[in-house]
Design a protein around this ligand. Structure first.
Ligand code: SF4
Length: 219
């Protein structure tokens, strides 16, 4: 096993946040009507991607009936449709898959993690839960030695990535804005329904973030 597989084994067993353990299991037991035939994952959702990736994508947390159902980050929900489509268009994924974890999707030169690895109620992790989960990101940032570009999806991922890197004060968030640090950081609106349904984030706006990351990576 490589370091990311060993880390993911530890993540999947984690029970540090009692509220989230209860919630992820309740959701997995009660299910959503349209997914009643699914065997929900109901555990922390591991990071996904290539351990020597040059692009790191940071999300917020799995969705209750998305990653918490399928067991793969951003898989099975609307945000994942947007993310994997954009990654595929920019050449960071072999296919634009978003529905199941056994669909053959492979990331290229890309690794996806999250601020919180468990689905939170209302998609809102508590500050203490973000702190509980931070050591996993710290370890990933130490181990992901080839990363040249980081894309933070949403304000919370943006602020917590910078906090994990020791940056203070946190600069103002701007969509598709580049922050000159090492590795280079690009902020993006999160592809949540709240943003995509209202037109705050459009497909060209989201694609532009990944095209920009691609340009920053030589070869
Ligand atoms: S959110 Fe992170 S720290 Fe909390 S239980 Fe899940 S994996 Fe563990």
């Amino acid at each position: 096993m490589d370091w990311s597989q060993r880390l993911n084994v530890r993540i999947v067993r984690c029970e540090r946040c009692p509220r989230l353990v209860k919630w992820r299991e309740e959701v997995a037991r009660d299910k959503k009507r349209e997914f009643r035939n699914w065997d929900y994952w109901g555990k922390p959702v591991p990071s996904f991607g290539v351990p020597n990736a040059r692009l790191l994508v940071i999300g917020l947390a799995p969705a209750a009936h998305g990653g918490n159902r399928t067991g793969r980050v951003f898989t099975g929900d609307s945000s994942g449709r947007w993310l994997f489509r954009a990654l595929h268009k920019a050449g960071f994924a072999n296919q634009p898959s978003w529905e199941r974890r056994d669909d053959g999707l492979k990331l290229r030169d890309c690794y996806i993690t999250a601020v919180c690895h468990c689905a939170p109620p209302d998609n809102k992790p508590l500050p203490v839960e973000i702190e509980n989960c931070r050591p996993y990101m710290v370890e990933e940032l130490q181990r992901l030695r080839n990363v040249k570009v980081v894309i933070a999806l949403g304000q919370i991922a943006f602020a917590n990535y910078l906090k994990t890197c020791g940056v203070s004060p946190i600069p103002e968030f701007g969509h598709n804005q580049i922050y000159e640090c090492t590795p280079t950081l690009i902020a993006s609106y999160h592809p949540s329904r709240q943003n995509t349904n209202t037109g705050k984030l459009t497909e060209p706006m989201f694609d532009a973030v990944f095209a920009r990351a691609k340009k920053l990576l030589p070869g």
